[in-house]
Design a protein. Structure first.
Length: 586
């Protein structure tokens, strides 16, 4: 485990002051775990009579008696019967063991309604604290009143009944984290649901954590390439950016996110996909597609399906964010996809109405903006002092009939650093990804592009804007001059070039070569129906005849004038071969 914080410090809490020898062992543990000397201070905590609790930043190590017994019980339950003759005796001993009675604050369930339980008697419980019911179901405090509180339930509400006992944990909701989660599918509580066995976490992180401050961040200046020509050329995404993917149902929003995940293969980027309110079959299919293409090795899927409770759908994105922060604070780059925040807002609205909070616009509660802002603000590019890690967020929002002025879309548009707007008409016309060039924007812009991509993309947005304007102007004209026809054909060719099949992201040199050739008008006379074949052939020709050029673009991120001339010359030579083959009926 690597530490990313230069100002990292540790706090040891216990009822009795540790000896010099114990402190020395703690310091050795911290130095070994975090690969550096971590300042350690002791705090008296009368509540911890049976052990100690060590907190390093947001990592908590619980060595109290309760924590050790709980870990030991979990470990025994994970073992298969018959592995060892002594295991049945150990299980029996653990089940019969009872701790010495200690004073605890106990509450009583007053009412249970759907995913909400009203509890009385916990006068000192805090907002966001985790409560444990006598049945083992856990809940989180969401509403505090003078004599009672309300909490959302993370388990089956039928297992909680009025009159049952409730105890405090003195902890806020946390998420187990660690390298072992890579390649796994887990629920919103970190429990694996892929049938591959239990996961041993390295630590726990709070689901709710403050976003990095201004001084803890650095500018977004490194590209997070999607592999999609239409996006990387015109709406580049940087590491640490929050780029919204927005559009109607079935317009390819998830496809854009999945292709971006596939494009991170071999780039040391941890990808997290949070599925909120989706069908379990859809999540299973997506998992299979990622695994088949070797992407699950660096991907974690957090799922709260449509059949899960509103409470689990509510905490799912925060759980995924906590997983991402674990890697980000280790100095690594993270890509997290929230699919989608429309369903997340609906789940929160359901909980808020059950909690009897006043509804506002479209029946959403007044704090629905804060719901998403406190989530997305946690994505950042950390400063070098904190390790330089980053977390890039791709939230997805579904619109109704292309209405981006609805409540939730406008909220999230104002939080993010740009949006990729996918248009239904373009999608059904075969333009996929169906990116609307006029409504899409990246507020980071060229800072998130390599110099090679910036040079190759050139004025493609301006060229397409002129084409769209001319297309609208001439759609009712029957008599067009040759120059106008040529301009329209050039624009149509650019639009056709931006079409890209799913699960086939382009590398940087492939994008640079295709764009350079297209903007040099090499493809001007290639028929529209043959643009895809020409592009594929040109890229294959470049891989074979200009390997040094391809390698140089990928490694340096630069495109010199000589490289540009070489690409154009290569494209023209290939055009002659391509036209010759077509002329011979090949």
């Amino acid at each position: 485990m690597r530490a990313a914080r230069s100002r990292l410090s540790a706090e040891l809490r216990s009822a009795e002051e540790p000896t010099a020898g114990q402190l020395q062992r703690f310091e050795q543990f911290l130095a070994h775990t975090y690969k550096r000397k971590v300042p350690l201070r002791w705090e008296h905590d009368e509540a911890l009579q049976d052990g100690f609790r060590l907190q390093v930043g947001s990592d908590v190590y619980d060595w109290t008696l309760d924590g050790r017994v709980r870990q030991f019980q979990d470990y025994l339950r994970q073992l298969e019967p018959g592995e060892n003759d002594i295991l049945p005796l150990m299980r029996q001993a653990v089940e019969r063991w009872e701790p010495a009675p200690t004073p605890e604050e106990i509450g009583e369930v007053l009412t249970v309604d759907s995913d909400i339980a009203t509890v009385g008697g916990l006068a000192h419980a805090q907002y966001g604290e985790i409560l444990v019911f006598s049945s083992g179901v856990k809940g989180m405090v969401q509403d505090l009143r003078p004599k009672e509180l309300s909490c959302i339930l993370f388990g089956d509400s039928e297992e909680v009944s009025a009159g049952s006992m409730v105890r405090r944990t003195l902890k806020t909701a946390g998420m187990p984290v660690g390298e072992a989660y890579l390649g796994r599918v887990v629920d919103a509580l970190g429990v694996p649901v892929d049938g591959k066995g239990p996961i041993q976490p390295e630590a726990f992180r709070p689901m709710e954590a403050p976003a990095p401050g201004i001084l803890d961040r650095q500018p977004v200046n490194a590209p997070m390439e999607t592999g999609l020509l239409a996006i990387d050329s015109m709406f580049p995404i940087g590491r640490g950016q929050r780029e919204l993917i927005i559009g109607d149902r079935q317009t390819g929003k998830t496809a854009v996110a999945v292709d971006t995940i596939l494009n991170q293969k071999g780039k040391d980027v941890v990808c997290i996909y949070v599925a909120i309110g989706q069908k379990t079959s859809s999540v299973a299919q997506l998992t299979e597609n990622l695994a088949r293409r070797g992407a699950m090795e660096y991907t974690i899927i957090v799922t709260a399906p449509a059949g899960a409770s509103a409470a689990l759908q509510y905490i799912a994105p925060y759980a995924g964010c906590a997983l991402g922060e674990h890697f980000m604070h280790q100095g690594r780059d993270v890509l997290i996809v929230y699919d989608d925040l429309s369903k997340h807002a609906i789940a929160y609205r359901a909980l808020s109405l059950l909690l009897e909070r006043s509804p506002g616009r479209e029946a959403y509660p007044g704090d629905v903006f804060y719901l998403h802002s406190r989530l997305l603000e946690r994505s950042a590019h950390l400063s070098d002092e904190l390790g330089g890690g980053s977390m890039t967020a791709l939230p997805i929002v579904e619109t109704q009939a292309g209405d981006v002025s609805a409540y939730i879309p406008t909220n999230i548009i104002s939080i993010t650093d740009g949006q990729i707007f996918l248009e239904s008409d373009l999608f059904f016309a075969g333009q996929r990804p169906a990116v609307n060039v006029g409504l899409s924007v990246s507020r980071v812009g060229g800072d998130a592009q390599t110099k090679a991509m910036r040079s190759a993309a050139g004025a493609i947005r301006l060229e397409l804007a002129q084409y769209r304007e001319m297309e609208v102007f001439t759609q009712f004209s029957s008599d067009l001059d040759d120059a106008t026809k040529r301009q329209l054909a050039y624009g149509q060719g650019l639009m056709r070039l931006l079409r890209q099949p799913q699960y086939a992201p382009f590398s940087q040199h492939q994008q640079v070569i295709a764009l350079t050739a297209a903007l040099a008008h090499v493809m001007q006379d290639v028929p529209l129906a043959q643009i895809d074949a020409f592009r594929a052939g040109l890229l294959a020709c470049a891989e074979e005849e200009a390997q040094d050029l391809c390698r140089r673009i990928d490694m340096t991120g630069l495109l010199s004038p000589e490289d540009r001339e070489e690409i154009v010359a290569l494209a023209r030579r290939f055009l002659e071969q391509f036209q010759g083959r077509k002329g011979q009926g090949d």
